[in-house]
Ligand binder design. Structure first.
Ligand SMILES: Cc1cc2nc3c(=O)[nH]c(=O)nc-3n(C[C@H](O)[C@H](O)[C@H](O)COP(=O)(O)OP(=O)(O)OC[C@H]3O[C@@H](n4cnc5c(N)ncnc54)[C@H](O)[C@@H]3O)c2cc1C
Length: 291
């Protein structure tokens, strides 16, 4: 059933969702559909498909969203960034989403393309996410539910957490209706973030993004890029297991289950799992949480 995520919020206090990325090959895309099919049996409230930083996979985000909607009758959210796009291009993408009844968009500015050090908007494009939010609201009124990204530890290029909070507030005031966070491993960071946002008058849902750890070195690399802190506890558990994929996955499930239980206990309005296009460990975590 095609729904706006904000309509799902009216029915549910908490949502549980999965995130996928567009594979590079046709075989990869077919494998993804098998993954989505298996995870769809768990009954997620919605699933989302990321938008490539540039290059080959960008066009496939929409195709994958449409296919998931058609094959599995799931509510989908299309991620969309401003990277390299003029307003005309963004409008063409959003028009196609609207024509195909994709009603949810995670509006993002995106990162500079590979090789480029600094962010530079495309000619006639946008510099910040809040401008994309304005564009969506101005052109499509309330057709779309608009989600935005949140950074519990502050965005890596933002000078401090207070400024980051101020910018998030602007994104919300310009149409953002809920937030999905960057990964984090210390739930105290999430609680402090929530308190900071509430004190600033941000009252939308802040859904924690959860990464089940499956690879220690990959985690080091990713967190180095996105600026998320790897806690001492995470290093202590996963570093000694480096190279033993099975042991890492098992420990990753244990860690994520503990983290998710605690987050739900702290009142988190749901969980958004970064699946990395794998059925496990997301399914096992889901089952162990009794979702
Ligand atoms: C849940 C989630 C999903 C994501 N999915 C994708 C994806 O599919 N594809 C992809 O390429 N990337 C994705 N990203 C990464 C994201 O695109 C990058 O982190 C990007 O650097 C920031 O995007 P944003 O929308 O938060 O940008 P913005 O909110 O526009 O922020 C960008 C930078 O500008 C600063 N800023 C913001 N507002 C203002 C303002 N009003 N004045 C001055 N400075 C300002 C911020 O501090 C930040 O440094 C995702 C991130 C998350 C958390």
């Amino acid at each position: 059933m095609i729904k706006k995520i904000t309509d799902i919020f009216k029915e549910k206090n908490r949502t549980f969702s999965f995130e996928f990325f567009p594979p590079k090959t046709p075989q990869g895309v077919e494998n993804l559909y098998k993954t989505v099919e298996e995870l769809s049996e768990l009954g997620p409230d919605f699933v989302s498909v990321t938008y490539g930083a540039g290059g080959s996979t960008r066009g496939t985000t929409m195709d994958i969203c449409l296919e998931i909607q058609k094959r599995f009758d799931l509510t989908v959210m299309h991620h969309l960034t401003c990277v390299g796009h003029s307003q005309t291009e963004l409008k063409a993408i959003l028009d196609r989403m609207k024509a195909n009844n994709i009603r949810n968009v995670l509006a993002l500015r995106g990162d500079p393309p590979k090789g480029a050090e600094k962010w530079k908007p495309a000619p006639d494009g946008f510099e910040f996410c809040y401008q994309l939010n304005d564009f969506i609201c101005d052109n499509y009124k309330d057709f779309f539910s608009i989600g935005v990204a949140g950074f519990p530890e502050g965005h890596i290029h933002c000078p401090d957490k207070e400024t980051d909070t101020k910018y998030l507030k602007i994104k919300i005031e310009h149409g953002g209706e809920f937030v999905i966070t960057q990964l984090f491993f210390d739930n105290a960071i999430y609680s402090e973030y929530l308190e900071r946002l509430r004190n600033t008058g941000i009252n939308v849902r802040i859904i924690p993004g959860i990464l089940p750890i499956t690879n220690y070195e990959g985690l080091l690399k990713f967190c180095n890029i996105c600026g998320a802190t790897i806690t001492r506890e995470v290093h202590d558990i996963f570093k000694p297991l480096n190279g033993d994929d099975e042991a890492i996955s098992k420990a990753g499930i244990e860690f994520a289950v503990k983290q998710c239980r605690d987050l739900l206990g702290r009142g988190a309005p749901g969980l958004h799992f970064f699946t990395l296009n794998k059925v496990e460990p997301a399914r096992e975590i889901w089952k162990r949480l009794g979702l």
